[in-house]
Design a protein around this ligand. Structure first.
Ligand code: SF4
Length: 272
């Protein structure tokens, strides 16, 4: 479900601005009508907005209406900025049926966050994730590994930070030059990418970034391995998924991945 289009921020890796031009939103009443329609047939919905909480008053009104209408629907929200974490709003969201929130964390290194012009700090990320977990949301963090300025050390900082945050799920996306982003434009001005290059993975052999494709791919695989297969993560997830979220399906999927990893098959798709 989409309740807003675009985003007023200008993170340099992102293409939201060039796709949607300017931020616009649907009214709370209009959004609720769609929730009501969905709730007749489905028991969960994924809101895929880039920046759902940008207009806090609108988000709060949506939550108030969801509570008032008592729609029995589980809501998963992607695209929340850590700067919008708010205890009262989170409480209301929980009451309204929000099950999970997803933060664009991007990096565990402040230099890289500044390079992206993300306008967030590591402490703001720590506070937002802690608040989300305290509220009882399934808390997901999205990272990008391999910005043009990144070395292996920067990527290690992100992996260590994801582990420190003790997120329920972390996704590590490989940095790519996307046409429409400010970083693609910079690279284009320098003659590193061509007009026809819409999507280019970081690769030092082609003058893109500091890392060879091999190092880059191995680091992504290492990130998943180190995050998901640490004893601390497995134990805390076992407790949270079964006793807090009563979510046995996620636990069994995790167990399956763990067993596949032991047999060495889970990272094949990343390495091919
Ligand atoms: S990364 Fe997120 S916050 Fe930044 S411009 Fe894109 S949608 Fe907005």
């Amino acid at each position: 479900m989409v309740t807003t289009r675009g985003c007023p921020f200008h993170c340099r890796f992102c293409v939201s601005k060039s796709i949607f031009k300017k931020y616009r939103s649907r009214s709370a009443e209009n959004v609720i009508k769609e929730f009501e329609e969905i709730a007749k047939e489905y028991d969960s919905v994924f809101v895929v907005d880039d920046n759902f909480l940008f207009e806090k008053k609108r988000a709060e009104k949506i939550m108030d209406l969801l509570i008032e209408k008592q729609l029995n629907i589980e809501i998963w929200i992607a695209g929340i900025r850590v700067t919008d974490a708010d205890a009262n709003l989170f409480k209301k969201m929980k009451k309204a049926g929000v099950k999970s929130v997803e933060f664009g964390i991007e990096s565990g290194n402040q230099e890289v966050l500044n390079y992206y012009d993300k306008k967030i700090t590591l402490d703001q990320i720590r506070n937002a994730v802690a608040l989300s977990k305290k509220t009882g949301f399934l808390t997901i963090g999205n990272f990008i590994l391999g910005a043009p300025i990144e070395t292996e050390k920067h990527m290690d900082d992100s992996i260590n930070f994801a582990k420190e945050l003790n997120l329920d799920f972390a996704f590590f996306y490989p940095y790519s030059y996307l046409k429409g982003s400010a970083l693609w434009e910079d690279a284009f001005q320098k003659g590193i990418v061509k007009e026809t290059d819409l999507f280019l993975m970081n690769n030092s052999r082609e003058g893109l970034g500091n890392l060879s494709l091999e190092i880059f791919r191995n680091k992504i695989a290492e990130a998943y391995q180190r995050f998901y297969f640490s004893p601390r993560y497995l134990l805390s997830q076992l407790i949270r998924q079964v006793f807090v979220y009563k979510n046995f399906r996620v636990f069994y999927t995790g167990l399956k991945l763990f067993l596949q990893q032991k047999e060495g098959s889970v990272f094949e798709s990343i390495n091919t």
